[in-house]
Design a binder for this molecule. Structure first.
Ligand code: HPA
Ligand code: ZN
Length: 362
């Protein structure tokens, strides 16, 4: 699993114990997590029962998310749509958001999350219903655990450009403080970024932040995302390292990339599918602003701690490197300067408490 040589025997165990302490205790900033994809299998099965739906030919919580069995992105997205189709009413959205932020967030020391919503993934559900349930879940999660959160509305690139523009109109007509911006996901091969320039222009004119996925596309998609769509972040973006000029530009402009080690390894976007996370390593080594998150955690058998764990093991990282990834996340948020500074201070305090000499002081 690990490409890094580690000593065998008691020394290795000690290393693992220390790694566990660090990855569990590390404060985390979550900028790439999809609401539908963070629904726990038991919850999705429960909601299907509640709405009298037979899930995908009778799947149970045990076999709903067979992450080793997604043939390709289309198969994964099909299962994602199955899950989204049973999240329907205000209570459902409350439950999924709350569980994602508490058990799937605060329990892993996620201090702050910008959650991707996918309105087209809930056919027939009014946008207001989604907002009402999710915002209530966010408020309750913050009251119970302290986790803070905001929202990104994901446009579905499998849909038409007109449908994406209509969704942006709905977002603008139903403006709430928590919705900080828009994103673009689903299949990059079907919907290249330039197809959505009008929707993104309209969002920009309305003062919304913008980001877009590029997991498999060529490096020039990154330029399109930045220059035509006006994005201030890139989700995944692994192929940036295939073009030294675009890489240099992104380093200079400190463009953040939200990388997701486990899901991208399973999807073979980060290069290998062999656990080496090669492209993420190349991005970090090139000096890019890389942040780490877990994408669709239960669907890929991961969680926020585990994504840091596999990356740390594969790249031989310790506290300093992992803390730098968290601080990149703070920088990459769409929070205003005061909130960002407060988040940075909280994260630094928690990182300080993880320093080897700090234990005795607790
Ligand atoms: N890839 C593309 N779109 C998505 C994903 C993903 O892994 N998860 C949710 N939307
Ligand atoms: Zn994603």
């Amino acid at each position: 699993m690990s490409s890094v040589e580690t000593p065998a025997g008691p020394a290795a165990e000690l290393l693992d114990v220390d790694l566990e302490r660090v990855v569990a205790g590390l404060p985390k900033v979550s900028l790439h997590c999809h609401l539908i994809g963070s629904g726990e299998a038991e919850t999705i099965v429960d909601l299907a029962r509640k709405h009298d739906v037979v899930l995908d030919g009778g799947r149970t919580a045990e076999d709903l998310f067979d992450h080793a069995g997604y043939e390709d992105l289309d198969e994964f997205l099909r299962v994602l749509d199955v899950a989204g189709s049973v999240i329907r009413d205000v209570d459902d959205f409350h439950r999924v958001a709350y569980e994602s932020l508490t058990r799937g967030g605060a329990a892993h020391n996620v201090l702050y999350r910008e959650i991707f919503l996918s309105p087209p993934g809930h056919p027939g559900v009014p946008y207001r219903t989604i907002l009402d349930g999710v915002r209530a879940g966010m408020r309750d999660a913050e009251a119970d655990t302290g986790i803070r959160s905001n929202l990104i509305v994901g446009l579905n690139r499998n849909d038409s450009a007109a449908a994406a523009s209509e969704l942006v109109d709905i977002v603008i007509e139903n403006r709430v403080d928590e919705v900080l911006g828009i994103g673009l996901d689903y299949s990059e091969a079907i919907g290249p970024p330039e197809k959505f320039w009008k929707a993104f222009r309209r969002a920009g004119e309305a003062g919304l932040n913008r980001t877009a996925h590029s997991e498999s596309g060529p490096p020039h998609h990154i330029e399109t995302i930045l220059d035509l769509l006006g994005c201030s972040r890139v989700d995944h973006g692994y192929h940036v390292v295939d073009d030294p000029d675009i890489t240099r530009r992104c380093v200079e402009e400190r463009v953040p990339f939200t990388c997701t080690p486990v899901s991208s390894d399973i999807g073979r976007y980060s290069g290998s599918g062999d656990g080496t996370h090669l492209r993420i390593k190349q991005m970090i080594d090139a000096g890019l602003v890389v942040t780490i998150d877990s994408d669709d955690p239960p669907m890929f058998g991961t969680d926020p701690t585990h994504d840091f764990r596999v990356l740390a093991r594969a790249l031989g990282y310790g506290l300093d490197q992992l803390a730098a990834l968290t601080m990149n996340g703070v920088e990459a948020t769409w929070l205003d300067a005061a909130d960002k500074a407060a988040l940075a201070a909280r994260a630094r305090t928690m990182i300080g408490a993880l320093e080897p000499g700090a234990q005795g002081l607790r």
